[in-house]
Design a protein around this ligand. Structure first.
Ligand SMILES: *Cc1c(COP(=O)(O)O)cnc(C)c1O
Length: 391
């Protein structure tokens, strides 16, 4: 078993945690689908819902190493990871601070479930550190952040938030799904617990639903205690698929990040595009902060179409780029937040959050950027023409 700290990132992705196939000397980890293991005379009593099958343990080592944490835990979905981790540290009468503009599922979980448990919560007014400071109460136990944020790619100062939290003995949690450990390692900035929807970049091929958490041994043990009771573990086949996906995560995410920067620059110079939101652009308001805490700037960006281009027609006119929910696959996809994640809000409420009807979220894949640009060019041309014809 390869230990984590002496290896570079691609070696961690490829090897850390791998199970040696002693029986047949195969090159990859064997898959152990058993849900029943011997209990007699063994060190570990294994059962999938205890999160301790051979494949689960192997994958957790890789995820912990990627986040430079002591330990990890994997779940059946990103939301299972988020809900279990939050609840593991909260009880009746506690208070949690969450940043404004959170992933929709996390937001819904908090506002729909926390009252039942008697847990108090506040969303910050902005992502500025002062708006975190002003929400702190005597009973605040957790600060929960997500950077870059969805869909406008705003950046939160991880160091400032975790310094603040430490001062008050508060635990910091981050949803690191968009950045991935390839682009930022929150532990370097003092964040205690890192959570992922592994459905996204960790899986990376739009075919796995999973979640992951990395933290200290002590924190993971606390999360595990609740996790085995809630039962959000995943199938060992999915675990094994995810181990395979992670082997190429650095290659994929680096390429996607480089592509995204090229696409952001192209879109910024396109006269049919009103505005581009990408933390790697000098025009982004948090560019300096992003540079401080990110290695590359990620594969996600958003842009606003000029008003004379219908966003839905534009997406229908794309040939290569798929209009789809979700994100982070090797294939490029786009969606309209106003029609999907923020579709239930009124246009005014959306406007307040800066989400215009013409906003498109772009998950940049690994294709050649010249082909992506050509696809966007032809779709823009076709959409404008359609509008002219219908006048
Ligand atoms: C998708 C997503 C989640 C939820 O993950 P699931 O795997 O769908 O449960 C959480 N956070 C972010 C940022 C996401 O994109």
């Amino acid at each position: 078993m390869a230990s984590s700290n002496k290896y570079g990132i691609n070696t961690i992705c490829t090897h850390v945690g791998e199970i040696r196939d002693e029986q047949f000397q195969g090159a990859i980890s064997p898959i152990y689908m058993s849900t029943s293991y011997n209990f007699d005379n063994v060190d570990v009593k294994r059962y999938p819902r205890y999160f301790n099958t051979p494949n689960q343990e192997a994958l957790c080592k890789k995820i912990a190493a990627l986040e430079t944490m002591e330990a990890g835990l994997i779940f059946g979905s990103g939301m299972a990871a988020i809900s279990t981790t939050l609840l593991a540290f909260l009880q009746k009468g506690d208070h949690v601070i969450l940043q404004e503009t959170l992933y929709g599922g996390t937001y819904n979980f908090v506002v729909e479930e926390f009252n039942k448990f008697g847990i108090e919560y506040t969303f910050t007014k902005s992502l500025e550190i002062d708006d975190f400071v002003s929400e702190i109460r005597d009973n605040t136990k957790i600060i929960f952040i997500e950077t870059p944020s969805n869909p406008l790619m705003k950046i939160v100062d991880m160091k400032a938030v975790s310094d603040l939290a430490k001062h008050y003995d508060i635990i910091t949690m981050i949803d690191n799904t968009f950045a991935t450990p390839i682009n930022q390692t929150p532990k370097d900035f003092g964040v205690d617990i890192v959570i992922h929807s592994a459905t996204k970049y960790m899986g990376g091929h739009s075919d796995i639903l999973a979640g992951a958490v990395a933290a200290s041994q002590e924190h993971i043990h606390k999360i595990w205690n609740l996790a085995k009771n809630l039962g959000g573990s995943l199938s060992d086949f999915t675990v094994w698929m995810l181990e395979r996906s992670l082997k190429t995560m650095n290659l994929r995410v680096k390429r996607q990040s480089k592509n995204a920067l090229k696409m952001a620059k192209y879109l910024e110079n396109n006269e049919l595009i009103e505005k581009v939101y990408y933390p790697g652009l000098k025009s982004h308001k948090d560019y300096q902060l992003a540079k401080k805490q990110m290695k590359y700037f990620g594969g996600m960006l958003s842009f606003e179409l000029k008003e004379n281009i219908d966003p839905m027609d534009f997406q229908r006119n794309l040939n290569l780029i798929k209009p789809s929910m979700s994100l982070a696959g090797v294939e490029s996809t786009m969606l309209s937040p106003a029609q999907t994640s923020h579709g239930l809000l009124s246009p005014e409420a959306r406007a307040e959050q800066g989400i215009k009807d013409g906003l498109i979220r772009f998950s940049v894949g690994i294709e050649e950027t010249k082909d992506l640009i050509a696809d966007i060019e032809q779709a823009l041309k076709k959409t404008i023409k359609v509008e002219e014809n219908t006048i």
